[in-house]
Ligand binder design. Structure first.
Ligand code: IPE
Ligand code: IPE
Ligand code: MG
Length: 233
């Protein structure tokens, strides 16, 4: 089994603490964090990574104070309208996973447009998890499969690991080889629970706004030195 690296997933955590440490409002951390996302996307593409999936906003994050949620949504609008163009012009495909119905209509329209505009790009994919929660994703997948069984379109024996994977938001992407969480916490926070079954996990104390291309390449270097056994000897 090789360690050939295709897919990196990141939990971009620590924006608020980065700002607090500088005596700034949490929103300043989100603004800086969004710039880090641009930089790291370009770096990952340059390093030959094919897929980068980033956790930008969880379904649980809707419970944050309304001002913080509003700031994040406006930041997202700005990125959808202007900032994602930079990575788009470099030939990236951009796509989104998560509960779209919870997002505002104009944001959903901008998301669909970027996805359509970049659908033919196949060198590098930036997948943004927005209003995403893994248990919710799994629950709706199981419901969809169950209703196909109920209608007779699917047999119970046809529910396999492959059909489950193929019904997730991440359907046509390989599972992440690497999951990185910045910001010091060592937990998964409802991210890609099914998909990360055999991912190599990396936790770094660096707050997301400070995460650099050098930090990313250090992770890749360590990944290349790890042995992935997949339960074998
Ligand atoms: C991650 O940073 C960004 C989002 C969850 C939107 P946080 O906002 O969680 O920052 P900390 O963890 O409070 O420092
Ligand atoms: C996870 O970070 C979600 C994102 C990075 C978008 P949180 O800061 O929301 O997670 P918890 O609260 O530490 O579990
Ligand atoms: Mg956090």
């Amino acid at each position: 089994m090789t360690n050939r690296l295709q897919h990196i997933a990141i939990i971009m955590d620590g924006n608020g603490r980065w700002a607090a440490a500088k005596g700034l409002p949490r929103t300043a951390g989100h603004r800086q964090g969004a710039q880090t996302l641009q930089k790291i996307s370009e770096a990952a593409a340059d390093m030959g990574v094919k897929y980068l999936t980033v956790y930008a906003f969880s379904t649980e994050n809707w419970q944050r104070p309304p001002e913080e949620v509003a700031y994040l949504m406006n930041l997202l609008r700005h990125y959808l309208k202007d900032e994602f163009k930079k990575i788009q012009e470099k030939g990236a495909r951009i796509r989104f996973i998560g509960e779209r119905y919870m997002l505002d209509e104009d944001i959903r329209a901008l998301m669909s447009k970027i996805e359509t505009d970049t659908a033919q790009n196949d060198k590098f994919t930036l997948c943004v998890a927005l209003s995403y929660g893994s248990r919710g994703e799994l629950t709706s997948t199981f419901k969809r499969l169950a209703s196909q069984v109920e209608s007779g379109a699917l047999r119970i024996d046809d529910i396999t690991e492959q059909t489950i994977s193929a019904n997730l938001y991440t359907a046509d992407m390989p599972d992440p080889d690497i999951v990185i969480r910045t910001g010091g916490e060592q937990r998964v926070s409802n991210y890609l629970l099914w998909q990360l079954a055999y991912s190599e996990l990396f936790f770094t104390p660096v707050y997301w706004p400070d995460f650099s291309a050098e930090d990313l390449s250090a992770v890749i270097k360590e990944y290349n030195s790890r042995e992935r056994r997949y339960g074998k000897v």
